[in-house]
Design a protein around this ligand. Structure first.
Ligand code: ADP
Ligand code: TYD
Length: 217
């Protein structure tokens, strides 16, 4: 190949992997294990999450902790804005990283919006509201860690009141059902895998690696 041809070739894009699951499903644990594995193989990866720590993300955190009150439709819209900023901002936007060849792993992406916000509004509305993100950067693969809500609850809560536990658990059940509905609805256009999240950390990591390794070999 001539040098001019080599120069005109664009750098190969990095992979973009999105992890999804209910709270306590084990996403951050598995992201850590996968990124360590990739680093051991000499593949640098950038790990990130939504909501982000941008000004929009911090507004979301203030709403989620009850410091600011607003309508659920506003929250859904803020997540749309936070996601676009996550993709496009000049300092550490992930679109540029992927285009430069970096592998990016995110803890939550648009399927979180589909699952969490479609409890209060139509899923179609949430999908449409996120159409820009989908167009800008679709995950190479979405890893859905499917953990039983009882198991996830045991993992995340130790000393809370009974009522709180009940409220939280019923929500986890709803969110899991919405995730399953969204994956079924979009099965022809999205590349995803469903992983049994009730196993041990090492078994889950192995199941994920068996599916994900083909993108790196
Ligand atoms: P998420 O990021 O999905 O909210 P985490 O990875 O933070 O979930 O896991 C929630 C809690 O459960 C953490 O305390 C973590 O150490 C623990 N945990 C994660 N995966 C497992 C597993 N497979 N078995 C038992 N405990 C786990
Ligand atoms: P976080 O404390 O990061 O929880 P986790 O460790 O489980 O990811 O809070 C994220 C919360 O925000 C979680 O409950 C899911 C919710 N969420 C939405 O409601 N919509 C979204 O689009 C995203 C990305 C997250």
């Amino acid at each position: 190949m001539k040098i001019s041809e080599q120069k005109s070739r664009k750098a190969e894009s990095g992979k973009f992997i999105a992890f999804e699951g209910i709270d306590g499903s084990g996403k951050s644990t598995q992201i850590q294990l996968l990124s360590n594995k990739l680093k051991d193989l000499g593949i640098y990866c950038y790990t990130t999450m939504e909501p982000t720590d941008s000004p929009i993300g911090s507004l979301i955190h203030q709403i989620m902790t009850g410091r600011i009150k607003t309508d659920n439709r506003v929250i859904a819209g803020l997540f749309v804005a936070d996601r676009l900023d996550h993709l496009l901002n000049d300092v550490n936007g992930i679109l540029a990283k992927v285009q430069e060849g970096t592998t990016v792993i995110t803890d939550r992406y648009y399927f979180s919006s589909y699952a969490y916000h479609s409890i209060d509004m139509s899923m179609e509305w949430v999908i449409q509201a996120n159409a820009q993100s989908k167009e800008i950067l679709r995950p190479t693969i979405t890893v859905f860690i499917d953990t039983d809500p009882d198991t996830a609850m045991e993992r995340i809560t130790k000393n809370r009141f009974q009522q709180e536990l009940f409220e939280k658990k019923s929500r986890l059940i709803q969110v899991r059902e919405k995730y399953l509905e969204a994956f079924e609805k979009l099965k022809d256009e999205e590349n995803y895998i469903m992983i049994d999240g009730n196993k041990s950390q090492d078994e889950i990591a192995e199941d994920i690696w068996n599916e994900v390794k083909k993108y790196f070999m």
